[in-house]
Design a protein around this ligand. Structure first.
Ligand code: 8GP
Length: 819
């Protein structure tokens, strides 16, 4: 019997038998002695039997439907643990929980055994994961293409407050139970070598690339399970290997290292995820990763297209490719190459396909994140691609000349090749010139893309630049991570909301209902307790759940301004110790953040927060009013327990710098009130929840520009605001660290002598005011709870289902699979 929401016939007895079979035959464990971890693996494998079957079925349905598919190209998919979520999507959570109990275990304990597949850095990778979930939930034909990194984002720990990094072997020794190899889909990829011309039998001239190196792409599929439907779509991750395991002749000669060199070099290609967020590092291995990803994925798409019986000329009718940032841009010249050189299409015919296939999402305006590759490097690694890039650029220049005759300034600005000592290929320009749609990720950001980043492109290609505001999947970020709140909502408005988040608006009517407020507040308290228990157990810090839980969880970056948060904490510390009239509601500041290993100031900020935490958490003079917790090794599974416990959500980037943010959406959905600048999606959150239910502060984008143009001087703010001065001075007087205060003085130096590039000092006073309002308003619990309910009720817009529908309607033009 199937119950409502359940997609599968479920037979408990045979499921239990399957788990035991996997425990013994797949993992070679004795039933009597197997650990929780092996039981989790066996449960995962037994469930994967269901999803793999459905994956193959869905592939057939897609082929039969003969409609367009979206291929989401991303170097990052920060999927987080899959098992719990997949159970929800399959509609089998209770059944499996029961089966596991009968086997003698708690499902929640087994789920804790799963290592997060950390195949992304932050927002960009997590967005890709939410989008895959929403594509499957709405049954839009889709494939996610990424890399099968052997090691995900590094694991972070703290040693005397300093960040330490370790490799993250997310697949562990046993492999990841949800993935399945697809050997029939493996591909070969060339690199280096040269290009030659030849004339075919009909007298046509062609170019041919003769690569010097060949790599093999091994296809691994992870199942993306549609929410309570039968569809499962692949997240296809490519692992790099050498086509031959080792050189037998060298091995026989006793050159054991030399015999394996090729394999070692190939293995390096997908060894690690580059740990940079909003920063481009320009390493050869990174370009190799990008090309390897694109070449395998393009080859896979074309194989599928031809296998389904279509002509190569109809490719763009059946396949769209979304480039998640510029990282997979090399797919554009790669598809051109395949069409020109392998399929012998003319330039115009090939371009007609390419320019209707690709669309590109921009995720940042930060100049240091906009990718450029040295022309010489591309020429060496991918000589044919460089020729094609030159030709695309030549044709772009012709178009510009036609629109702005004789205007070399515009040509220089829009050119794909940046002139200079060493010529560079600008990947964003290549994207805008070659795709049919370019989108920013929130309304404000998309406006700035048009106004500041690509104004001339906007004139040259009217309508190409668009907006799609980001979103988050409500299945993971409410139903799964906050089961009690989900149950309360379902009790009031029914159970359809996880697939139709706009329905949450109906709970707004209960915002002033005392009973509902009490239940809502009780759930928040229980979630705070769950997190406090975790902190007590793992970090040995006691938290009072009556305190305000104030959360800033995101990558550590100057533009995100964790140091503004820190300065505010220092101001509270100063006032508590020096101002007898000062009173505050107990407040816990919770941080979690990884810093890119090469980002020195970000690491200094982590260190400083850790040191301040040590001091304030143990200072009896503060009467427990102020606590600071820096949770190490931030990851999706930690976000799942921090977010439901948050009262306040810190979204405090310098206006114009945070393209969207998505943590802001997750926190608001779980009833945290935002303290934020008018930046990224904060602007739209404010529009939805209303000014009374959010704490907005700080300079606007135009103020920031004006201030910078006038010549911003942080010293003026330092001198004029005594609280700011006192707080900054605390950075420099050994208060928190008697032995190694370099980190503190680096921060201080950056803010004063370094010119304070992200205007921390300029926004400090208003930030403190906003915090004072929070302190006052939190004391009126009835009002506060009303606001938190309204936040949950009014952020339905930020479901990634809506984002996906925007892409589908305005960019991809897909139809959902027929039932
Ligand atoms: C991030 C943005 O910083 C964030 O605001 C946004 O929510 C997220 O993308 C998803 O759209 N951008 C990046 O992570 C980014 O641009 N990274 C690569 C360029 C290095």
């Amino acid at each position: 019997m199937k119950k409502r929401g359940q997609t599968q016939q479920f037979d408990k007895a045979s499921f239990k038998a399957s788990v035991k079979k996997h425990l013994v035959t797949t993992y070679a464990q004795n039933i009597e002695t197997a650990s929780d971890k092996h039981w989790y693996l066996a449960v995962g494998k037994a469930l994967a039997e269901i999803s793999t079957g459905n994956l193959l079925e869905t592939e057939k349905r897609v082929a039969n439907a003969k409609t367009r598919s979206i291929n989401y190209f991303s170097l990052e998919f920060l999927i987080g643990r899959l098992t719990g979520n997949n159970l929800i999507s399959l509609g089998l959570y209770e059944e499996i929980s029961e089966a596991v109990t009968e086997l003698g275990f708690q499902l929640t304990d087994l789920l804790e055994q799963e290592r997060d597949p950390a195949l992304g850095n932050g927002g960009l990778g997590r967005l890709a994961a939410c989008f895959m979930d929403s594509l499957a939930a709405q049954e839009f034909p889709s494939v996610g293409y990424g890399l099968h990194y052997q090691y995900g984002l590094f694991q972070q720990s703290f040693l005397n407050g300093h960040q330490i990094e370790f490799p993250d072997a997310w697949r562990e020794a046993e492999g990841y139970p949800w993935e399945v190899q697809r050997p029939e889909l493996n591909q070969f990829v060339g690199l280096y070598g040269d290009v030659s011309s030849y004339t075919d039998d009909e007298g046509q001239q062609h170019r041919r690339w003769n690569p010097a190196v060949t790599l093999q792409g091994i296809a691994w599929d992870l199942p993306i399970i549609g929410y309570q439907n039968q569809s499962v779509f692949p997240l296809r991750l490519w692992e790099c290997r050498a086509p031959v395991p080792f050189n037998l002749a060298k091995f026989n000669d006793g050159d054991y290292v030399g015999a394996q060199q090729t394999q070692i070099a190939a293995g390096n290609v997908t060894k690690i995820l580059y740990p940079n967020d909003n920063h481009d590092q320009g390493k050869v291995l990174r370009l190799t990763q990008q090309y390897f990803h694109c070449a395998c994925s393009i080859a896979d798409i074309i194989c599928r297209h031809l296998k389904n019986g279509h002509e190569i000329n109809s490719l763009s009718k059946f396949e769209a490719i979304q480039l998640n940032d510029t990282h997979p841009t090399i797919a554009i010249p790669e598809l051109m190459r395949v069409l020109l050189d392998d399929h012998k299409l003319s330039w115009d015919d090939a371009w007609a396909i390419v320019s209707k296939t690709f669309a590109y999402t921009n995720h940042t305006l930060l100049p240091e994140a906009l990718e450029t590759w040295s022309e010489a490097l591309i020429g060496e690694l991918l000589p044919r691609h460089l020729e094609i890039i030159f030709e695309i650029n030549h044709r772009l220049m012709v178009q510009i000349e036609a629109k702005w005759p004789g205007n070399n300034e515009i040509k220089r600005k829009l050119s794909i090749i940046a002139e200079g000592q060493s010529r560079m290929v600008r990947m964003a320009n290549l994207c805008v010139a070659s795709t049919y749609a370019v989108n920013g990720v929130a309304a404000l950001h998309s406006e700035l893309v048009k106004r500041d980043l690509f104004p001339e492109f906007d004139e040259l290609f009217p309508g190409r630049l668009q907006n799609v505001t980001n979103g988050i999947t409500p299945r993971r970020w409410l139903k799964y991570c906050n089961p009690q709140l989900s149950a309360l909502i379902s009790e009031k408005i029914g159970t359809e909301w996880p697939a139709h988040l706009e329905q949450l608006e109906a709970i707004a009517q209960f915002a002033t209902d005392t009973k509902f407020q009490q239940r809502f507040a009780k759930i928040k308290k229980q979630n705070k307790q769950r997190f406090a228990d975790w902190v007590a157990e793992n970090l040995d810090i006691e938290l009072d759940t009556n305190a305000i839980f104030d959360v800033q969880i995101k990558r550590l970056h100057e533009y995100k301004r964790q140091h503004l948060n820190l300065l505010h904490i220092l101001s509270l510390y100063h006032r508590l110790l020096n101002d007898p009239t000062f009173d505050m509601h107990p407040h816990v500041f919770i941080f979690a953040a990884k810093a890119a290993p090469g980002y020195a100031l970000a690491k200094d900020i982590i260190y400083a927060i850790n040191k301040v935490a040590d001091k304030v958490n143990n200072d009896p003079r503060l009467n427990g009013k102020l606590k600071v917790v820096f949770v190490p090794d931030y990851r999706v599974s930690l976000a799942e327990i921090i977010i439901p416990a948050a009262d306040v959500s810190e979204q405090i980037s310098t206006a114009g710098k945070e393209a969207s943010g998505t943590g802001n959406m997750k926190l608001a959905l779980n009833g945290a009130l935002t303290i934020g600048t008018m930046d990224g999606a904060n602007v739209e959150i404010r529009e939805e929840v209303g000014d009374d239910n959010i704490f907005i502060f700080g300079l606007l984008v135009d103020d920031v520009e004006k201030l910078k143009a006038e010549g911003y001087n942080p010293h003026t703010y330092y001198e004029q605001n005594s609280l700011l001065k006192a707080s900054i001075d605390l950075l420099d007087n050994n208060e928190f660290d008697a032995t190694d205060c370099a980190a503190f003085s680096n921060i201080r130096h950056n803010l004063l002598e370094g010119g304070d590039p992200y205007l921390v000092l300029a926004d400090f006073a208003d930030y403190v005011n906003a915090h004072n309002r929070i302190d006052a308003e939190y004391r009126d619990q009835t009002q506060w709870v009303k606001k938190t309910i309204l936040n949950t009720a009014l952020v339905g817009k930020f479901s990634s289902d809506r984002s996906i529908r925007d892409y589908v309607n305005n960019i991809w033009h897909l139809t959902a699979l027929p039932k």
